[in-house]
Design a protein around this ligand. Structure first.
Ligand SMILES: Cc1cc2nc3c(=O)[nH]c(=O)nc-3n(C[C@H](O)[C@H](O)[C@H](O)COP(=O)(O)OP(=O)(O)OC[C@H]3O[C@@H](n4cnc5c(N)ncnc54)[C@H](O)[C@@H]3O)c2cc1C
Length: 209
């Protein structure tokens, strides 16, 4: 923030931009970086808060989970493992299921797989890999072992936490497109990915302008 302040930019924090407030500024160029939001119903079935919640709802303390938590990991990254760790630190009993070969499957290239799994194990987090979620009803998760084709129910949990992908928050971009001279979008509002892509795309647009 201090570096940005040195540039004497007009930075307005805590303000929700709308199409109207953007147009009122009569900008030459608009860059949209509105991010993405977690999918709340990525699987078939009837479920939702407070029993079935997203990682972000947990991390922002929007909801409090029960003691027994099933975390559905389609992320393979820190979104899932970090949330599991936080819940374990709060004394929750956490079990993770993933369709991948192992929990944290995307952490290898970051050299963070060993340390993450080490901490999860020490905190008592348990795992079932190879499970594709077919359906959720309330807190009952109907899973399928992707190798044996065996159907497995995961039941008896107080809370389900979903790390099951995000949706681009691109409404502002499409509403403004055609109404302003020049418009770009960067980061997760293009497609939900990781921080590196938000940085590189922001950098590229900055240099272009
Ligand atoms: C729990 C979690 C863990 C993650 N862990 C990692 C990780 O370890 N490594 C990694 O590389 N990536 C990680 N990611 C992904 C990473 O956070 C995103 O890829 C990255 O933040 C995208 O940056 P962004 O600037 O495009 O969007 P965001 O960081 O989502 O920022 C968008 C901002 O725009 C604001 N906004 C939206 N609409 C408006 C509006 N109308 N007016 C004003 N403000 C608005 C939002 O409030 C938000 O602050 C994680 C994501 C999650 C959810």
């Amino acid at each position: 923030m201090s570096q940005l302040n040195k540039l004497e930019l007009d930075i307005r924090l805590g303000v929700e931009a709308t199409v109207e407030t953007v147009l009122d500024e009569h900008p030459d160029v608009v860059v949209i970086a509105t991010g993405s939001i977690p999918k709340t119903t990525p699987f078939p079935g009837e479920y939702g808060p407070p029993e079935a919640v997203t990682t972000v709802q947990v991390l922002t303390d929007e909801v409090e989970t029960g003691d027994k938590v099933l975390l559905i990991d389609q992320d393979g990254h820190h979104q899932a493992t970090g949330t599991a760790e936080l819940l374990a630190d709060r004394g929750k009993q956490v079990h993770m299921i993933t369709a991948a070969l192992f929990v944290g499957s995307a952490l290898g290239p970051l050299q963070d797989l060993y340390l993450t799994r080490n901490r999860l194990a020490q905190k008592g987090v348990t795992f079932t890999p190879d499970i594709a979620v077919l359906e959720i009803q309330g807190t009952l998760v109907k899973g399928l072992n992707v190798y044996s084709n065996e159907m497995i129910d995961f039941d008896g949990y107080d809370t389900l936490v979903l790390a099951a992908g995000n949706i681009a928050e691109d409404s502002m971009y499409f509403e403004l497109k055609g109404k302003v001279n020049e418009i770009y979008r960067v980061g997760d509002c293009v497609a939900p990915r990781k921080t590196d892509m938000a940085i590189i795309e922001g950098h590229r647009v900055g240099r272009l302008l």
